[in-house]
Write a new protein. Structure first.
Length: 436
């Protein structure tokens, strides 16, 4: 049997296993080892399993993942999300759709210290949704804003997805983090503009809230000193600000986790139960991520033996399309995959195949990382399946899937426009990294 036939059978088996609800990491590992054993031999395949597993869990570079996950868990369980939402609400809550704007701003702030889209969506489903419903906001709008705001977690540093992309493609994780700042801020600004336009176009759809006094605003700002301090210390150290020591991404994750723990304990927000919950939450998530990583590496060995990346590169570049035509095909593929798997699995599974194509076409790897992560996050909210939509539904049982998707449609249009802008103007993602 030819290597092409084995590769095709491998991909068919992989998607069949995922449709049967086999965990993505397990499916990739099983197919990868089986295919490698078929082509090379059972002995080398079994040795690869042990070697790959041990190397992955002991690699210092991969330590950035559990550290940022632990920081996000401490931040979530110490209640910083409520402080961010309250502070944003005191400034914009009186505007039409102000609670929606406050949710976007708070999601951006929370994403900047948690790095997880799913965690952001889950957290604000409990923080912002009840508040919006109490002020008579429509269900669809409230759920849609949270689903869209949750996607900011993958763009604003520290982003776990961007870190994994950097590790796989051997790009500077620090540059990837800083490259996500302007696109992430642009995303938040465009979401706010979308809410404002909805409020102007349909005055009776979104209510206005009471205006907060100057004293209430000052008190709210004073309450968010902890997340601000944590963000400045972690990100400032990552980029070597003059008054801070310089951290590597892995060190920044460790410092962030320790800082979030100390701030939570000193402020009385992290007690024994919250600490144990945070450790368990971070451990479970890290275990899931590393399972996917190990499975993807095993599947990658199988792809290397079958020369799939080289053949995909030759196929796509031989279609006669422009390089932006090929990029469009790649982005459409990610939108389809968004119906089947989460963001991390998509990145880990596809980047080893797609990245050689991108390099061959002459696209900047850092810019491409930002574009692809943004496309992957769009896949988490678009119909018929979206991971963030399922997360919100699991937290807010009263709202239906159709209602959430109806509320998220304006933000999907905004995301598509933002992708077009970033493709047309790569400098938006590359200007800050060029100053490093």
């Amino acid at each position: 049997m030819s290597t092409d036939a084995v590769a095709i059978i491998g991909f068919v088996a992989l998607f069949a296993l995922m449709l049967l609800r086999v965990p993505v990491g397990m499916a990739m590992g099983l197919v990868g080892v089986s295919g490698f054993a078929w082509l090379v031999g059972g002995g080398p395949a079994l040795k690869t399993v042990g070697h790959t597993s041990m190397r992955t869990v002991t690699d210092y570079t991969f330590g950035v993942i559990p550290m940022f996950l632990l920081m996000g868990a401490f931040v979530t369980n110490s209640g910083m999300s409520r402080e961010l939402f309250h502070a944003a609400n005191t400034f914009v809550g009186h505007r039409r759709g102000g609670l929606g704007i406050a949710t976007i701003v708070a999601c951006g702030g929370f994403a900047a210290i948690s790095g997880s889209s799913v965690a952001t969506a889950a957290t604000f489903s409990t923080v912002a949704y009840p508040e919006m419903r109490r002020h008579k906001y429509p269900q669809s709008f409230a759920a849609g804003v949270i689903a869209a705001g949750g996607t900011l977690g993958a763009m604003l540093p520290p982003s776990t997805v961007l870190a994994v992309y950097g590790i796989i493609t051997e790009q500077d994780v620090g540059k990837l983090f800083i490259a996500g700042i302007v696109p992430g801020l642009l995303a938040a600004a465009m979401y706010v503009a979308t809410i404002t336009i909805i409020g102007l176009a349909r005055p009776g759809f979104l209510p206005e809230g009471p205006r907060a006094s100057a004293r209430e605003r000052l008190a709210a700002v004073q309450d968010i000193w902890a997340p601000l301090l944590l963000f400045v210390f972690v990100v400032g150290g990552l980029y070597g600000l003059p008054f801070l020591p310089r951290f590597t991404p892995t060190e920044a994750g460790g410092v962030g986790a320790a800082g979030a723990f100390l701030l939570g304990v000193l402020r009385g927000r992290l007690r024994r139960n919250e600490i144990l919950r945070s450790l368990l939450q971070a451990t479970r998530t890290a275990a899931a991520v590393f399972t996917v990583l190990i499975g993807a590496l095993l599947f990658g060995y199988f792809l290397t033996v079958t020369q799939t990346p080289q053949k995909v590169t030759a196929f796509l570049t031989g279609l006669g399309l422009s390089r932006y035509g090929v990029l469009t095909l790649i982005m459409l593929m990610y939108l389809v995959l968004g119906c089947l798997m989460d963001a991390m699995a998509m990145i880990i599974l596809t980047i080893p195949i797609i990245f050689p194509v991108v390099v061959h076409l002459g696209f900047d790897p850092v810019w491409f990382g930002v574009i692809i992560v943004m496309t992957v996050e769009l896949g988490l909210i678009h119909p018929p399946v979206g991971m963030n939509v399922f997360v919100i539904k699991s937290v807010v049982h009263e709202v239906s899937f159709s209602t959430i998707f109806r509320g998220v449609l304006p933000f999907i249009a905004t995301d598509i426009l933002r992708l077009v802008i970033l493709i047309a103007f790569p400098v938006l993602a590359l200007w800050l990294p060029s100053k490093m």
